[in-house]
Ligand binder design. Structure first.
Ligand SMILES: C[S@@+](CC[C@H](N)C(=O)[O-])C[C@H]1O[C@@H](n2cnc3c(N)ncnc32)[C@H](O)[C@@H]1O
Length: 280
């Protein structure tokens, strides 16, 4: 049975899907994702070294990637040895690229086009690994329902690897005139924030038409509590002051593909966090 949603959530899913669908061609062309595709075509893995190290050898395991975009990370999970690999995303054009790349690489991952909350309509098995990565939770209105989904997708002993933007970073804005980082959005939000922004994290292209997004900031405590309540045991929570894209104009490169605040502000704000958990 499909989940029922209030008007704001339905409006959000609708706007956000238009936003994502329109950005796919530009993302596919972008330096960031073309590099990931080149890495995969060269037999490599399109994941950060630290993530690869933490995930380890997935030989013989089953893995599902929620909000997999153009599938490059999902295909990387298969390259790490997973024998069953599934990717979920609601953007049809994104998954068309995922399927084309999978076929080109001779891999076997399956992709399902649906709202992440409807995953169980399409998938009837449990997994060793649920993988969720950067740019995921801000698109989802309901964390307890998301956590329940993860609880249902994991078999006992299965683990969650979740890396995402830090909710504290989402409260900030950069005031160029005064060279100041300002807290502009509340950390605790009882309703969504509606934004209107051209451009994208992955490409310098502009001139998009679908720029309206509806986003939800989810405090770390809300996420951890929701996961604990569905029976997950939290193994680690790591916060990082680097960011996988240039989130603010004053950011400087830290290492290839990563950004941080200028030296005087480095370490002031967490930009990402990684939460690992397992199902008891
Ligand atoms: C920032 S991207 C993820 C990027 C991914 N970590 C990568 O590196 O390729 C966010 C993805 O979430 C998907 N998405 C957003 N809301 C969704 C929803 N309610 N159900 C399914 N997919 C959703 C978008 O279509 C998009 O592909």
């Amino acid at each position: 049975m499909q989940t029922q949603w209030d008007d704001q959530a339905q409006d959000g899913f609708h706007s956000n899907q238009l936003f994502w669908d329109e950005r796919v061609p530009s993302h596919w062309r972008s330096q960031m994702y073309q590099q990931h595709a080149r890495d995969l075509r060269a037999g490599g893995i399109a994941l950060d070294d630290q993530v690869i190290k933490t995930l380890g050898d997935l030989t013989g395991q089953s893995a599902i990637h929620l909000q997999c975009h153009m599938g490059m990370e999902t295909l990387s999970l298969e390259r790490l040895g997973a024998t069953t690999t599934v990717g979920i995303d609601f953007s049809k054009p994104a998954l068309e690229h995922a399927c084309t790349l999978r076929d080109e690489l001779g891999l076997t991952a399956t992709f399902h086009c649906c709202n992440v909350y409807d995953t169980l309509e399409h998938v009837d098995q449990t997994f060793d690994l649920v993988f969720v990565s950067l740019g995921a939770l801000c698109w989802l209105p309901d964390v307890p329902r998301w956590a329940a989904l993860i609880g249902n997708l994991l078999h006992p002993g299965g683990r969650l690897y979740f890396i995402d933007s830090h909710p504290m970073a989402s409260t900030l804005d950069y005031n160029k005139e005064h060279d100041l980082m300002q807290v502009h959005f509340p950390y605790f939000q009882d309703k969504a924030v509606v934004l209107e922004e051209d451009g994208s994290y992955a490409s310098s292209e502009t001139g998009f038409k679908q720029n309206r997004t509806v986003e939800w900031n989810h405090p770390i405590g809300e996420v951890m509590t929701a996961l604990i309540r569905v029976g997950l045991v939290i193994d680690s929570l790591d916060e990082s002051s680097t960011c996988c894209y240039k989130a603010f104009e004053n950011m400087t490169p830290s290492r290839p593909g990563w950004w941080q605040l200028p030296p005087a502000l480095d370490g002031f704000v967490p930009f990402e966090y990684t939460l690992q958990a397992h199902k008891a």
